[in-house]
Design a protein around this ligand. Structure first.
Ligand SMILES: C[S@@+](CC[C@H](N)C(=O)[O-])C[C@H]1O[C@@H](n2cnc3c(N)ncnc32)[C@H](O)[C@@H]1O
Length: 335
């Protein structure tokens, strides 16, 4: 390439048929707040987090995450701007991380990890952020891919849980508007503004590329404060409790107790009872007895259980008016 010529090919403008924030976003958010991910964290991410934890200590002081840091240029820039903080750049791509050339400041670290899992490890360890940067995350511009965008992602509750001053940058304004919609639904105010074209040197390679290609770039900012994973809304909780595959703990326990030892439905019922219940909305005062749990009974499973309960009630005979069983049968019939 000739000296002085562009260092990269111009970036194409975002191509999307989507004109407004996706209308599935809030439903996704509430679904994730009701049931936090429980799948095991990827082993490489767990190991990367534990190594970082050993180095920074259990409560690392001022901490900034650069999530999706790519080559780590933004991590270096942020670390220079914030000498008082640890700045941790995280990316899943070993290839991008491996392209980092210049020496990092002493307060910067780069590591390879899956972001959702990494955020979850950090929340579980009680870490809270001073600031959280997401420069140019993949926006997934096709409408049908909206569930892959961070505001609709199962890991979004962990991002909220980390707290701190959030800054997300993108050359797709609508994507940042989606962040605003989701944050506003949790009563978290945010601002969305274009980056001045002649602003400070670009934060990251993607920013440099977009600005050099004449794209407008935007920053969304929100103060997530002390963090903590928000509770679901009352309306989402009530709607979920009425779903056909969701039962109260006493109902599931009564069904399980009534089933003969070798009954095939015992296993899913026992698993459901051992799993975490739906998270409750703020102000809910009920204890364990008011828990609701998901239990997939499979095709025809509900009918099989109703039969088993009817038999158990019959075998109870005249003196066998078991209120727990009657309640459980009513719950099955009403679904
Ligand atoms: C468009 S690039 C932006 C890179 C850099 N922030 C910049 O502005 O130059 C998005 C980056 O996010 C990373 N990424 C996307 N999803 C990720 C995930 N689930 N976990 C970790 N990194 C992820 C990709 O590997 C990629 O490096």
């Amino acid at each position: 390439m000739a000296r002085g010529s562009a260092l990269f090919t111009a970036a194409k403008p975002i191509e999307t048929a989507q004109a407004t924030p996706h209308d599935g976003l809030l439903d996704r958010l509430q679904r994730h707040l009701l049931r936090l991910p429980t799948a095991p964290v990827a082993a490489h991410t767990q190991a990367a987090f534990e190594a970082l934890q050993r180095e920074l200590g259990p409560t690392p002081g001022a901490l900034i995450f650069d999530s999706g840091c790519g080559t780590g240029e933004s991590t270096r820039n942020l670390a220079e701007r914030h000498p008082e903080a640890w700045v941790v750049g995280v990316d899943k791509s070993a290839d991008r991380l491996g392209r980092h050339r210049s020496a990092l400041p002493a307060n910067a670290r780069l590591l390879r990890a899956e972001l959702g899992d990494f955020w979850r490890c950090a929340v579980a360890a009680g870490w809270r952020l001073k600031a959280h940067y997401l420069p140019y995350p993949n926006p997934w511009p096709k409408a049908r891919h909206y569930k892959r965008r961070w505001p609709a992602h199962p890991a979004f509750p962990w991002l909220l849980g980390l707290g701190g001053d959030l800054e997300v940058r993108s050359n797709w304004r609508l994507y940042l508007e989606e962040w605003q919609v989701v944050l506003a639904s949790l009563e978290i105010p945010s601002t969305l503004a274009p980056l001045p074209a002649d602003s400070a040197p670009p934060l990251s390679p993607f920013e440099a590329k977009y600005l050099a290609s004449g794209h407008a770039c935007y920053a969304l900012r929100a103060a997530l404060g002390a963090g903590g994973v928000p509770a679901p809304s009352w309306s989402a909780y009530q709607a979920r409790c009425e779903a056909p595959e969701v039962f109260s703990r006493p109902v599931l326990a009564a069904i399980l107790a009534a089933l003969p030892a070798a009954h095939p439905q015992r296993e899913p019922l026992a698993e459901a009872l051992a799993a975490a219940p739906l998270r409750k909305p703020a102000g809910h005062r009920g204890g364990e007895a008011s828990d609701f749990l998901s239990c997939d009974l499979g095709p025809g499973g509900r009918e099989v259980l109703m039969q088993a309960l009817e038999q158990a009630l019959e075998q109870g005979g005249e003196g066998g008016d078991d209120p727990a069983l009657t309640l459980a049968l009513r719950a099955l019939r009403s679904r």
